[in-house]
Design a protein around this ligand. Structure first.
Ligand SMILES: Nc1ncnc2c1ncn2[C@@H]1O[C@H](COP(=O)(O)OP(=O)(O)O)[C@@H](O)[C@H]1O
Ligand SMILES: O=C(CO)[C@@H](O)[C@H](O)COP(=O)(O)O
Length: 510
């Protein structure tokens, strides 16, 4: 009987559980969605209990579908949205909803951290500036705003590490995800004692840190009863979703990059050293490949912008899709495909959740610029896809400025399913892109890490190379005429944010 490996991705939209075989071939998968709560503009929360319930359902669905015998599963890898804060009390109870990566409430706490540590020392200690989405500012926010909750805290976990705790009873994390807490000494791949002391955060609140393919524990009796998995399966440390997505796309050396269209949009490239962007625009985090780091830029609402449009403005299309038994995104893609490149002068700024790269600005907001009577819904959709692509180009331009030569870019994330969006991305970036046969990035990468931990491959590099080489790569080539159009539009996009910045800041008081 073949050994199989399970990858679990705690995404922002939902959980994906995926089974991979010893050759790296995807066998089956299941997804379950959960709600995203927006208690105030700029805030974003989810209930960790929803993640666990959805995980149990997705795993149970896989075990029911007849293609997998539970006893074949020999290793589990976990991945998920980064930076989210799960606050647990002494009994392991959830104190409040998790505050997510795209939540922007902590601008004041970021200033507090920078003042306490000093901006230069901050980079020396944790390789990154204090940004609103990171975890340490969320801990300080709880101290400043919910002191009763703060007094009850015994552990602070990242999203996938909460699932680990429910499945195995172990408090552990991995270097790539821990990098996004602003508490990890990214150079030495261990918690920074100096940073914890400066912020007065007890070290005992944090989980033990492992390299991504290391085994952290095994499925215990309760985890087995909840999911239907056999007791005793090893669970590896896993990785943040971007590092796991990179492993799943074979992005294991400098010169390669993932371009991800998940809820967020990310350009991710490995680095042999913990190199830092002197202007602090890119993040420097540990890679899931031991001994490597990575640089990445993150736009907060990529797929998130399209999802917002679908939910807020596409009621008709949702109803039509239901009647046709189609995915509403397919109808939106069809509409966008009918509009010429440049959306006939309509420009979208995708800052619906504030922004991180290149404008670290929690108060930035979304904009349709240039609306006219000529425009209809298809223009709105196309301009959203184009605006997100411009934002990803911003990160690529920074990487170019830092001398990073990228020659193999691979698309990952749910938005990569859209042929129109893939083409727009290639045209806006002016570069050929590759789409893998299996573009389930993070869950697939987590399964690869699980297989390495279980001894199926000797290293993450070998596993990722072997698993990904069995897959077909489809090229998406830029169309010269569209590239010219976007090259004319991009400078306008660049100019729009600085022109509007002070208005965004004044809008906050309304
Ligand atoms: N067929 C599609 N066409 C365009 N975009 C899509 C399609 N399917 C999903 N998406 C986009 O992908 C996003 C979800 O991507 P996913 O990688 O699953 O995200 P996450 O890990 O953040 O949950 C959605 O918000 C949506 O915008
Ligand atoms: O904040 C970041 C990375 O720094 C995001 O990329 C999150 O990790 C969420 O990812 P998706 O839900 O978009 O996959």
């Amino acid at each position: 009987m073949q050994s199989l490996f399970l990858g679990i991705d705690i995404g922002t939209t939902g959980v994906k559980a995926l089974i991979m075989d010893e050759q790296g071939k995807g066998v089956t998968q299941a997804t379950r969605e959960y709600p995203l709560h927006i208690p105030q503009p700029g805030w974003a929360e989810q209930n960790p209990e929803d993640w666990y319930y959805a995980t149990c359902e997705a795993v149970a669905a896989i075990l029911r579908d007849g293609r997998v015998a539970a006893a074949q599963i020999k290793g589990i890898g976990l991945t998920g949205q980064m930076h989210g804060s799960v606050f647990l009390d002494r009994q392991g109870g959830i104190i409040r909803e998790a505050i997510l990566w795209c939540d922007q409430r902590t601008a004041e706490e970021c200033r507090e951290i920078t003042a306490a540590v000093g901006d230069k020392r901050l980079i020396e200690l944790v390789a990154n500036p204090a940004l609103a989405g990171f975890t340490a500012p969320k801990i300080l926010w709880l101290r400043n705003h919910e002191p009763e909750n703060y007094r009850r805290v015994a552990k602070v976990l990242l999203p996938k590490d909460y699932i680990r705790w429910r499945l195995t009873g172990v408090f552990a994390t991995d270097v790539s995800d821990a990098s996004g807490m602003l508490l990890l000494d990214v150079i030495n791949r261990q918690w920074s004692g100096e940073m914890l002391a400066a912020l007065d955060i007890p070290p005992a609140w944090l989980a033990e840190v492992f390299e991504s393919p290391q085994v952290t524990g095994r499925v215990h009796a309760r985890g087995a009863a909840d999911t239907g998995l056999p007791q005793g399966i090893p669970v590896v440390a896993g990785a943040g979703d971007n590092a796991a997505g990179a492993v799943g796309s074979g992005i294991i050396r400098p010169g390669m990059a993932t371009v991800s269209l998940g809820t967020s949009g990310v350009v991710f490239t490995p680095s042999r050293t913990p190199a830092v962007d002197p202007a602090g625009r890119l993040h420097t985090f540990c890679h899931a490949v031991p001994g490597q780091w990575h640089l990445m830029g993150v736009t907060l609402a990529a797929g998130g912008s399209l999802r917002w449009y679908r939910d807020a403005l596409a009621g008709e299309e949702r109803a039509a899709a239901q009647e046709l038994a189609k995915d509403p995104y397919e109808l939106l893609n069809d509409q966008a495909g009918l509009i010429p490149a440049g959306s006939e002068g309509l420009l979208f700024l995708p800052y619906l959740s504030g922004e991180r790269t290149p404008h670290a600005d929690p108060l930035a907001r979304g904009v349709f610029l240039g609306l006219s009577l000529k425009h209809h819904k298809g223009h709105l959709v196309r301009s959203i896809l184009e605006g997100v692509a411009f934002s990803l180009r911003d990160t690529l331009e920074i990487m170019k400025e830092l001398g990073l030569a990228l020659e193999d870019l691979r698309i990952t994330g749910g938005g990569g399913r859209s042929p129109v969006w893939r083409q727009i991305l290639a045209d806006v970036l002016g570069l050929p892109l590759n789409l893998m046969e299996n573009s389930d990035g993070p869950a697939y990468g987590a399964a690869i890490l699980g297989a390495v931990g279980a001894g199926c491959w000797p290293s993450v590099e070998e596993a990722a190379a072997a698993a990904c080489s069995s897959q077909e790569l489809r090229g998406v080539l830029p169309i010269a005429e569209n590239v010219q159009c976007y090259d004319r539009l991009y400078p306008l996009y660049r100019e729009a944010y600085p022109s509007l910045k002070s208005l965004f800041w004044r809008l906050k008081d309304i």
